[in-house]
Design a protein around this ligand. Sequence first.
Ligand code: ADP
Length: 158
Amino acid sequence: MRVAIYPGSFDPVTLGHFDIIKRSAAMFDHVIIGVLNNTAKTPLFSLEERVNMLRDTVLDLDNVSVESFQGLLVDFARIKKSNTIIRGLRALTDFDLEMQMAQSNRTVAPDIDTVFLSTSVQYSYLSSSIVKEYARYNVDLREFVPECVISKLMDKIK
Ligand code: ADP
């Protein structure tokens, strides 16, 4: 059973994330989306809201589940009996930080590998931050986030 962990803040989940989720689900037996409870960041959505939006988004994907975690990602991966971490890469600007995280994770957990999936071109500019900015200016969000996120995002921005 090949289990992969896809970690992130998902504040909120975008279609760019969802694209990575679907592609990972086709490659692994089970994908666990790990929503980070990061006390150093102040997210727009609570942990529970982020988890719930993701659960709605992946409802039709049988081999994908959503959980929250705090602490070290590699510890979460071990608890879940996974030795693969999935990360998405958009542009060169993602590369430095992602490489640093992958290498530091491998230093503390040599048995766990990071797999990078390159973004689909149509989502290469898309981030949770941009989506929140668009929501503030009433841009039509249907091209950027799953349907279930739109009303929650608009309510929050109000
Ligand atoms: P984090 O705070 O861990 O970066 P994010 O929710 O911003 O959490 O992103 C989670 C993962 O999804 C990261 O690997 C990020 O690079 C990737 N990602 C975000 N947006 C996109 C996108 N549009 N296309 C591909 N990957 C993406």
